[in-house]
Design a protein around this ligand. Structure first.
Ligand SMILES: [Zn+2]
Length: 95
């Protein structure tokens, strides 16, 4: 357990950690002064799970973009079908 550098801002007493939470996506440590009961909240930055979550989200969005940018399946031009149709007609007419 690491104690904050600062002692109680009110009375200079010893702070001890009383709580820690990450539910906001940020790591918060709560310290309470042993002398006067003053509570100090310290934000230690983004929680690890939030970073991992963001990375996963970013990767997911990148993949989605890739899918969006992927070329559409190649379709044979309609003229080719028409040419085959005409060819078929000619064969039918000739034979
Ligand atoms: Zn205090």
């Amino acid at each position: 357990m690491t104690e904050p550098d600062d002692s109680c801002p009110k009375c200079g007493g010893e702070l001890h950690q009383t709580d820690k939470n990450t539910f906001t996506g940020q790591v918060w440590r709560e310290y309470t002064c042993r002398s006067c009961g003053h509570i100090v909240d310290i934000n230690e930055g983004v929680a690890l799970w939030q970073i991992l979550h963001d990375d996963a989200e970013e990767a997911r969005q990148k993949n989605q973009k890739k899918e969006d940018q992927a070329p559409a399946p190649v379709r044979e031009p309609a003229t080719k079908h028409f040419a085959l149709f005409v060819q078929g007609l000619l064969i039918w007419a000739l034979f």
